[in-house]
Design a protein around this ligand. Structure first.
Ligand SMILES: Nc1ncnc2c1ncn2[C@@H]1O[C@H](COP(=O)(O)OP(=O)(O)OP(=O)(O)O)[C@@H](O)[C@H]1O
Length: 263
């Protein structure tokens, strides 16, 4: 029987299924020399959703995020399309996509180790500052509310943070650009299960503030727990999609991705 909490969660999913489309990707292809890393990937993220892409090592998950962000060229000749808020953004570079509301936290967190937490956060707002936005630091209170640990450590050098704190800082820095869609590449990588849970819990909180997330994860169990909708990527192809709770109950997904030790 459904309890009240489940019913609320389900009705929220139903509501987000009607929400406006933020990102629509279709026909994406990417290759590295002879390796075809993506063939024809297609996915949709709606406002207020957490969408996850799960899949094994080398499936093409990072490639997918990099292609969406503009760090890899999209093969337009093969009908590859990345539409953001209804507009094709294939001709825009990474910075222009950031300015339009897309933000990526790459797998390698790429912080400035000798700079303080706060200076790293400020760098996340660099583009807004350069564009002359007077209130370019307006997200810092939101970041500190979401990650009180970063507030406590704001004068500490980023290189001295723990792994979990570094991931928090990487996410916080991306939020300084005020994205509408946050893309996260393996936020659980190298982190203890409890810290992973904490970080994914914060992503769920972020949804309440209206920021959507596209979450790439090998930790399928944790990802499907927090997501509304999911896709399974295998060998460069999206082979399955569905509501996250339906995927988590799918025997094939359970066998391939959820069957063994709880992570
Ligand atoms: N710069 C590169 N040069 C050559 N091949 C690459 C490059 N980057 C990725 N690949 C190959 O493309 C395929 C997809 O890689 P990708 O990193 O996107 O997978 P992934 O699903 O993110 O894997 P992981 O979970 O291990 O990070 C792999 O076979 C990988 O070896």
């Amino acid at each position: 029987m459904m309890n009240a909490e489940t019913m609320i969660a389900r009705s929220e999913v139903a509501a987000t299924a009607q929400a406006p489309v933020l990102l629509e990707v279709s026909g994406l292809q990417a290759r590295y020399g002879k390796v075809e890393a993506l063939h024809g990937a297609a996915l949709t993220v709606r406002a207020g959703q957490i969408v996850t892409v799960i899949g094994p090592n080398g499936a093409g998950k990072s490639t997918l995020l990099n292609a969406i962000m503009g760090a890899l060229p999209v093969n337009a000749a093969a009908n590859g399309r990345v539409a953001w808020l209804g507009h094709d953004v294939a001709s825009l570079d990474v910075e222009e996509r950031v300015a339009r509301g897309l933000s990526l936290v790459p797998e390698k967190r790429e912080l400035f180790a000798t700079m303080t937490v706060e200076d790293n956060l400020q760098l996340g707002a660099y583009k807004r500052r350069r564009n002359g936005e007077a209130n370019y630091m307006d997200q810092i209170d939101t970041v500190y509310d979401l990650f009180p640990r970063l507030l406590e450590r704001r004068k500490q050098a980023a290189g001295t943070l723990s792994g979990g704190e570094r991931q928090m800082l990487a996410v916080g820095r991306a939020l300084m650009a005020k994205p509408q869609l946050l893309m996260l590449d393996e936020p659980s990588l190298g982190l203890a299960p409890l810290i992973t849970k904490e970080i994914l819990g914060i992503i769920a909180k972020l949804r309440e503030t209206g920021v959507a997330t596209l979450l790439v994860e090998q930790n399928a169990r944790a990802a499907l727990q927090v997501a509304d909708y999911g896709y399974v990527l295998e060998m460069g192809e999206l082979v399955k999609e569905g509501a996250a709770d339906a995927l988590a109950a799918d025997p094939k997904i359970v066998e391939s991705y959820l069957g063994l030790a709880k992570r």
